[in-house]
Write a new protein. Structure first.
Length: 412
């Protein structure tokens, strides 16, 4: 859409604007020397097809079509073209000088403006020390933020009017600029959970994490330490603190330098799923009981090391039999020893044939574990759901929940 070609022209608008209020729309057109008229008059060559036409406007539109004298323009691309020509700095200064909150809110609700301008405008919005949905203005601005960036919002009706919608938005996005913008919203001080989600998000910008660290909220700090994607430079500044170092050692995606720097926390390192084969070997070579226990639970431990630990002690054997990374050959062989049955019932990697055999044993403790096991055959879960001892476990079983959703049959 070339607005320059419409300079010094008259445009007839039929229907209503969408992205802009009528006053703002008219004002923006004036800046391009375009005159908006509301009736057919001399000099009108262009007809803008708005939304929500009245019966009179619809009839007029049809008549004008048939005359083949006018060029018809679609509203949405026209408004987008208009929005693209807005000078961000001029608009921001105008809003600052006028202190026109209604106009600011109107622009924030304008889906035609760029994301960059939206973020600049959002920084200038005053929340009045109230929550996201505590007053009408805050509600409208929060809804505009969620609606602009939420994926498939058309399938999630009214998600923009709930704090959970903002939480889901954070979880689904990889937009660093959006994450930073949300981190700066005043009302998140009332929602510690939002800060925690931001602190654990792999794409949260480094400067946001640094700000959170300075604020010193214990819950948020723990979330940062547990973030596998924590920036390594930030991590290096934190590991002088023992508690922080232990949590970082368990969770961060390791490289050789960090592995060496965290060598004093070998027990915690043994739980880290990003261990390379070389790192796993070094930890095994320590021959430390606590390290071996955590390695035995580590779902990324290499098969050869699992097998080595399996032969080491009965305690490690039971831990490994509960590890989903354990090869099926070990699990199948372990079934022959009844002392392994409870561990096998807990493991989601245990073959369904063995899980069925365990079910047939009818032992309450084993059945409790089977009711919670995502890999338990669904027909067995249906049976256990009828038993009050296991009903709650079945209902919260993720595997059973996925089956119900797939079949779309609801809970019995």
């Amino acid at each position: 859409m070339n607005l320059e070609s419409l300079k010094n022209q008259k445009i007839l608008l039929l229907g209503k604007t969408r992205a802009f209020s009528l006053d703002e729309f008219t004002s923006q057109l004036k800046q391009h020397n375009i005159e908006l008229v509301d009736e057919v008059s001399e000099g009108v060559k262009f007809i803008l097809e708005g939304r929500v036409l009245s019966p009179y406007e619809q009839n007029l539109m049809n008549e004008l079509y048939e005359q083949y004298k006018y060029e018809f323009i679609e509203l949405e691309p026209f408004e987008k073209a208009l929005a693209q020509t807005i000078d961000d700095n001029v608009l921001l200064m105008s809003l600052k000088l006028s202190n026109d909150k209604a106009r600011l809110k109107s622009f924030l609700q304008n889906g035609a403006i760029s994301d960059g301008l939206f973020f600049k405008l959002l920084k200038n919005y005053k929340w009045q020390n109230e929550d996201f949905f505590e007053n009408d203005d805050n509600r409208d601005v929060t809804a505009a933020l969620i609606e602009r960036f939420y994926e498939n919002i058309e399938r999630n009706h009214n998600v923009q009017f709930a704090t959970t919608g903002l939480i889901h938005l954070i979880s689904q996005t990889n937009n660093e600029e959006l994450l930073e913008a949300i981190s700066e919203l005043e009302p998140i001080k009332l929602h510690p959970k939002i800060k925690v989600i931001l602190a654990t998000h792999p794409q949260t910008p480094k400067k946001v994490l640094k700000r959170f660290l300075k604020e010193g909220d214990a819950i948020v700090l723990d979330a940062i330490y547990a973030n596998p994607s924590l920036d390594h430079q930030i991590a290096k500044t934190l590991i002088e603190d023992e508690e922080a170092a232990k949590k970082i050692a368990q969770n961060i995606v390791l490289d050789e330098e960090l592995f060496v720097l965290l060598k004093d926390y070998s027990v915690e390192l043994a739980s880290n799923v990003s261990l390379s084969l070389e790192m796993q070997q070094k930890l095994l070579d320590l021959d430390d009981e606590a390290v071996d226990k955590n390695l035995a639970q580590n779902t990324s431990l290499d098969t050869q090391f699992l097998e080595s630990l399996y032969k080491k002690s009965n305690e490690l054997q039971q831990i490994i039999l509960e590890n989903p990374a354990t090869p099926s050959t070990i699990l199948e062989a372990a079934y022959n020893d009844s002392s392994n049955h409870l561990s096998l019932a807990k493991n989601s990697a245990t073959p369904q044939e063995i899980l069925s055999k365990l079910y047939d044993l009818g032992e309450t403790e084993i059945l409790s574990e089977l009711a919670q096991n995502e890999n338990t055959p669904v027909e067995l879960l249906y049976q256990m759901q009828l038993d009050s001892r296991f009903e709650r476990y079945v209902r919260t079983n993720a595997g059973f929940g996925k089956h119900i959703q797939t079949q779309n049959i609801g809970w019995l």
